[in-house]
Design a protein around this ligand. Structure first.
Ligand SMILES: Cc1cc2nc3c(=O)[nH]c(=O)nc-3n(C[C@H](O)[C@H](O)[C@H](O)COP(=O)(O)OP(=O)(O)OC[C@H]3O[C@@H](n4cnc5c(N)ncnc54)[C@H](O)[C@@H]3O)c2cc1C
Ligand code: FES
Ligand code: FES
Length: 466
């Protein structure tokens, strides 16, 4: 039985837990405001809000419901466009009307839900944050300028919120209906589902599985991992950071620990998918999907992350770099899940950089991506980790290249020598994302970019001459 609150209604259903929330609301609840576009998480027409009880308050996030299984709705408040209906238009709907931000209207419910999610969020309501909130929504008609103006107008109207509780403010200012105030007490009555570990199919956020297998997955027996408390949380213990396998990209992005130790975190995160996908996509899902270009995989390979695998009876620890045995072949049996991920936090003098090149800057998968982590001892490199994606059958930890840097001093000459070692370690193939020659060139440029970003004494002109 799956139990949750849909808008203002308690739901108890024994429908297959693998059904998407999109199909559940449209075909089983006859709520047709949520639209079907791509069914692949790209267009945002199906955007809903998911509210999670955290202590006494409910935190809302936007999601693409075409990739969200019913099983992940258990214990949540699910809000569709019908669930924000008031007597009059709310400030988001009014801003769309005032700015002519809707034409055919097909994308509009998705945009309204993303921006209503922004109104319920406790982030500072800047114009940039408002526009970021709709980075997972596509519109074929408007050319986006009118939508951006509407988003900015919404952020202005939130300025007077200051430090007030966002939900209380939203209710008081007719952004969402009054029933939102009762949701915390309603959610408290729902018991969490205990993880059984008995099913072979494991789903995290579903953002990979539901793109690849959305026709077949509905009736499968599934263990849902996204909301299992033992797989959540980001903790620091001394210089070691440990996080649960079901940590989402957004949880990393909001984490005080990550923000303290990775000054460019926001820049890296913006290159990974879109806001609603980041709200669902988990780290363990990224690792286990084993895409040779998984962004989080590349980032954590350079940090030499360690995995704790659990098969239900016992645990074992392995380095992430030994998790990949061949194309989509893992050092993991069917029952094992990634329970925890740990890595050493960089110290103030350590350097870390992540680079990604795609055909378009945002909401695209990498042609080639790479990360570099360096521990310095004065002017000398004490330890280095270099990873690269899109240049081999697996996400690659470049061990020869990493070792090559040991006890070296950083100079333009060293970088050129390193690039030769890097080139000897990779084996890209030509595909839709580029030719072998192009990918080799890209990785060389990304290696240079790592050093340009990390070492101010590097002469960019000297590097670019070759
Ligand atoms: C529109 C769109 C854009 C995207 N953009 C990017 C991008 O820019 N960069 C990028 O790297 N990826 C991107 N992705 C891919 C995807 O979002 C990520 O790979 C994500 O991290 C997968 O996590 P998940 O929890 O959703 O995986 P799921 O789909 O739930 O699972 C993927 C695999 O991992 C397994 N799994 C999940 N959790 C665990 C666990 N704890 N232990 C063991 N196995 C587990 C599942 O069984 C499955 O085999 C994008 C996807 C979409 C739809
Ligand atoms: S239908 Fe396009 S993102 Fe869901
Ligand atoms: S108004 Fe037509 S798709 Fe956006």
């Amino acid at each position: 039985m799956t139990q949750f609150i849909l808008n203002n209604t308690e739901i108890k259903t024994s429908l297959p837990k693998g059904l998407t929330m999109l199909d559940f609301v449209r075909y089983h609840q006859h709520l047709m405001g949520t639209k079907i576009g791509c069914r692949e998480g790209d267009c945002g027409a199906c955007t809903m809000l998911v509210g999670t009880l955290e202590g006494e308050v409910v935190k809302y996030h936007s999601v693409t419901s075409c990739l969200m299984p019913l099983g992940n709705a258990h214990g949540k408040h699910i809000v569709t466009i019908e669930g924000i209906n008031l007597e009059k238009l709310n400030i988001v709907q009014q801003a769309f009307s005032d700015n002519a931000a809707t034409q055919c209207g097909f994308c509009t419910p998705g945009f309204i839900m993303s921006l209503t999610g922004f109104c319920l969020d406790d982030k500072i309501p800047t114009n940039e944050n408002a526009i970021d909130a709709v980075n997972g929504n596509i519109c074929r008609c408007t050319g986006y300028k009118s939508i951006e103006k509407a988003a900015v107008s919404v952020s202005y109207q939130l300025q007077e919120r200051a430090h007030a509780n966002p939900i209380e403010f939203a209710v008081k200012n007719n952004i969402v209906p009054e029933y939102f105030l009762n949701i915390p007490s309603m959610l408290k009555n729902i018991q969490p589902v205990v993880y059984s570990g008995s099913e072979i199919k494991k789903v995290g956020g579903g953002t990979d599985l539901y793109v690849q297998q959305h026709d077949t997955i509905t009736h499968e027996k599934i263990d849902f991992l996204l909301n299992q408390s033992q797989l959540k949380g980001i903790q620091q213990n001394g210089n070691i950071c440990t996080m649960g396998g079901a940590t989402t990209v957004s949880e990393i992005s909001d984490s005080p620990v990550f923000n303290e130790y990775f000054k460019d975190l926001n820049k890296y995160i913006k290159l990974v998918s879109s806001t609603p996908i980041r709200n669902m996509a988990t780290v363990a899902g990224n690792f286990t999907n084993a895409s040779p270009i998984g962004d989080l995989t590349i980032l954590f390979l350079a940090l030499d992350a360690q995995l704790q695998l659990n098969d239900g009876n016992s645990t074992r620890n392995i380095p992430l770099r030994s998790f990949y045995k061949g194309y989509k072949q893992l050092n993991k049996n069917e029952k094992e899940i990634i329970e925890k991920i740990s890595f050493e936090l960089p110290s103030a003098s350590d350097l870390f950089n992540f680079e990604k090149v795609c055909k378009r800057t945002h909401l695209d998968i990498a042609s080639v991506n790479s990360a570099l982590s360096i521990k310095m001892n004065g002017a000398v490199i004490e330890k280095a980790g270099i990873s690269a994606g899109g240049v081999g059958p697996i996400p690659m930890y470049l061990s020869k290249s990493s070792e090559f840097l040991f006890e070296k001093t950083v100079s333009e000459k060293l970088i050129f020598e390193l690039i030769e070692v890097v080139q000897s370690e990779i084996s890209p193939i030509s595909d839709a994302r580029g030719t072998v020659k192009y990918k080799r060139l890209l990785l060389s440029q990304l290696i240079k970019a790592h050093f340009i970003q990390s070492f101010s004494h590097i002469d960019v002109n000297k590097l670019l001459k070759n």
